[in-house]
Write a protein that binds this ligand. Structure first.
Ligand code: BGC
Length: 270
């Protein structure tokens, strides 16, 4: 169902909107009926300083206004999928490791549905990125369908996001970034941001990732591990150095994965 981002064939037929809340930017875009991201709709606005829920909701209403200008009445009724970097069940956010604590306990779906004036579906950012990879990226088998077996998508960025699939079915809100490693959340030791913060060489970072991924592999034995996040474009610097039973490959949708997965969720849930 979900097609990749280079397909612009349905550009006149917008179906669902995706918005991906990150630390520095809110990325957004519209998918067509085939599930492909309409390239001309893809963009980003700065995340309001502090990323408090009300300010983020306002910024997202601004994004919707921009998209309404671009698509006009064709966008009427299109549902919105929104990612949040935390645990989300039934629209309520339950953790806020790297965002404003006001998100914790908030019914984000209710706030955004009211502010945007149309149905909004909220999901975890890594789950959204995972959906994009498994249905329209590196997680597809030769037939273009989700690869059979267990697939783990990990996003390495400010934190570590994780999404677990069995035969293409998502088990939501897996939080492998918060496994304890050296007495602390693993993401504090192995997320991509530590490379810069601790001035690590690629060799040193690969060693950290090896310990982390070996532990994750011991716990859930995935057949396939997909590494996403901005760091995935530099995969040649660290993936070849890793030794795991699972096949490990870079993500394909890097920049747009969250948007694509969020829009896909909105389309299916609506
Ligand atoms: C959060 C996850 C999120 C990940 C990536 C972690 O700190 O707990 O929910 O997916 O960061 O943003």
């Amino acid at each position: 169902m979900l097609a990749n981002i280079t397909d612009t064939s349905g550009a006149t037929n917008p179906q669902a909107i995706g918005m991906d809340l990150g630390g520095s930017a809110i990325k957004f875009g519209v998918i067509d009926a085939s599930g492909a991201l309409i390239e001309s709709s893809f963009g980003q606005v700065p995340t309001p300083a502090g990323a408090q829920p009300q300010a983020v909701a306002k910024a997202m209403a601004g994004v919707l206004a921009t998209l309404n200008e671009q698509f006009g009445s064709a966008l009427d009724g299109a549902a919105v999928g929104v990612t949040v970097p935390g645990i989300v069940t039934n629209g309520v956010v339950h953790s806020a490791a790297n965002i404003d604590p006001q998100w914790r306990g908030l019914n984000a779906e209710a706030l955004l549905t009211e502010t945007l004036g149309r149905p909004v579906h909220v999901l975890n950012d890594a789950d959204a990125a995972g959906i994009a990879e498994v249905y329209a990226g590196a997680g597809r088998g030769a037939d273009g369908l989700p690869a059979p077996g267990s697939t783990l998508v990990l996003t390495l960025g400010t934190g570590i996001g994780s999404a677990m699939f069995r035969d293409g079915v998502l088990f939501p809100n897996v939080e492998f970034g918060h496994l304890i490693m050296d007495g602390q959340s693993a993401e504090l030791a192995a997320a991509a941001r530590v490379i810069r913060e601790e001035n690590l060489t690629w060799e040193q970072y690969t060693e950290r990732l090896q310990r982390y991924l070996s532990h994750v592999e011991f716990l859930c034995s995935p057949d396939l591990i997909i590494i996403g996040g901005a760091i995935s474009v530099e995969h040649e610097k660290f993936l070849p150095g890793l030794e795991l039973r699972a096949k490990i490959i870079p993500a394909e949708n890097n920049n747009a994965a969250g948007v694509l997965g969020a829009a896909h969720r909105a389309l299916l849930a609506h």
